[in-house]
Ligand binder design. Structure first.
Ligand SMILES: N[C@@H](CCC(=O)N[C@@H](CS)C(=O)NCC(=O)O)C(=O)O
Length: 239
């Protein structure tokens, strides 16, 4: 039976981390809200149509199993599709890395919405500038420095974050880099030379046959100004 992925239909957002795992696994899935069911089908589950109620998308339905929270979904898929180690320590390490990527994604979002998601960007622009200056000056280097070290210390080689084959953390790190490049191109141009292992991993993931086919397909919608990663030139502070 095909997985059902529920996510907002017009943005990559957090759904993209799940899509990349499904695509790399070669798993059959239906992107429900992009299809005939639309957002209404997604809303129905959140409004009480499910026992294990999701708070927010993305969520994944596998028959009777309904799972929300991006890192939790990837924990589930990782085990089933060989995208994470099976032993407990390796499995938890992959989950830890994924939760850290999730933190970085939250902070990337907060650069353009530092006060509240419900307010317009224009009504929090001054705070956004301050937040983005800190994110680009301190937080991106700290997060990327951490993942660079994690790659360097992988006992099975620096081509992957965990183990010796492409896993869901590698796919997510690829997506984090892609998002940061879209949102902060000038900052990233300046920073990337400090993180050669991450950039090499990004390029290898993009060249994985299933990922490459996905990136060229219509299923991969472009980054846009409604997603988590948004490009506001005034926030792309290269200093
Ligand atoms: N921690 C959750 C965050 C989920 C989340 O914030 N989803 C967004 C879309 S990317 C949403 O629709 N949020 C609605 C809300 O928070 O009210 C995850 O990683 O899945």
């Amino acid at each position: 039976m095909a997985y059902e992925l529920y996510y907002w239909p017009t943005i990559q957002g957090r759904g993209e981390f799940v899509r990349l795992a499904l695509e790399q696994a070669g798993a059959e899935y239906v992107d429900v809200a992009r299809g005939r069911g639309g957002v209404a089908a997604m809303q129905r589950l959140m409004d009480g149509g499910a026992t294990h109620l999701p708070f927010a998308p993305p969520f994944l339905k596998d028959g009777d199993v309904l799972i929300a929270q991006t890192a939790n979904i990837l924990l589930y898929l990782g085990r089933r599709h060989g995208l994470a180690p099976h032993d407990e320590a390796g499995h938890l390490w992959a989950h830890q890395l994924q939760l850290t990527i999730a933190d970085a994604v939250d902070e990337a979002h907060d650069t353009h919405h530092p006060i509240a998601s419900g307010f317009y960007y224009e009504d929090q622009q001054a705070e956004a500038r301050r937040r983005a200056a800190d994110f680009t000056g301190n937080r991106i280097p700290k997060y990327l420095g951490y993942f660079e070290r994690a790659l360097e210390r992988n006992p099975q080689g620096d081509r992957h974050l965990v183990g010796r084959q492409v896993g869901y953390c590698d796919l997510s790190l690829f997506q984090l880099v892609a998002g940061l490049r879209y949102a902060f191109p000038r900052v990233m141009t300046r920073l990337e030379r400090d993180f050669p292992r991450i950039i090499a991993l990004h390029d290898r993931v993009a060249a994985e046959p299933r990922v490459a086919a996905y990136l060229k397909s219509e299923r991969r919608i472009p980054f846009n100004q409604h997603g988590i990663f948004r490009h506001y030139p005034e926030l792309d502070n290269p200093e």
